[in-house]
Write a protein that binds this ligand. Sequence first.
Ligand code: 5GP
Length: 206
Amino acid sequence: MGDYGIAMSSDPVIPQARGIRRNGPVKVVVVSGPTAVGKGTVVSALSRKHPEIVISRSVTTRPPRPTERDGIDYDFITPEQFDDLVDGDGLLEWAVVHNSHRYGTPRKPVEKAVADGRTVILEIDLQGARQVRKTYPQATQVFLAPPSWDELVHRLIGRGTETPEEQERRLQTARVELANADEFDAVVVNDTVDHAVASLVELLSL
Ligand code: 5GP
């Protein structure tokens, strides 16, 4: 991938598609995966097809991108508001992602969805996935993988929303995430959105 001048060592191994199906009463689904792999796009497409699914909306201290809307993509909050949520046990999980901003999953909407017997999807990073594994061991944990390292780099640079330094930081995190894909119940390769959505529908028995 030398063309992009970003990766410093050899390209990471990309995990292959695989999966087990969990049909427990708790329908918490974690979707994780490296930067720019298309988690948001895939989860939105899935929710258009299955509007009964609850998509957890995270809180973050990261400032919004120009295309993002508060209360839709995230609840964009101040560090003080984040502290209050942590202190009040209002978050199911939270993490500092890419060594920069804090992101967390509000606890109540997830608990309500579980109580209502609905499927709820959490789009969160590896650290958050590990925390949810403790709270909801029956949750299905899905890792969304890119078809190749080059493609991932291409998608990240192509969307043009990060500075080169931020891109580099995100690719370093991506290496760690790809190396830990074995922890997940399933790996879905996002080669096309339609294909990834179809894999999720099958995996989650929707
Ligand atoms: P972005 O800044 O690109 O929106 O998100 C950066 C990373 O933060 C992504 O890997 C995303 O999955 C993760 N993320 C988003 N919301 C949460 C959350 O509530 N908790 C955790 N642990 N990670 C999150």
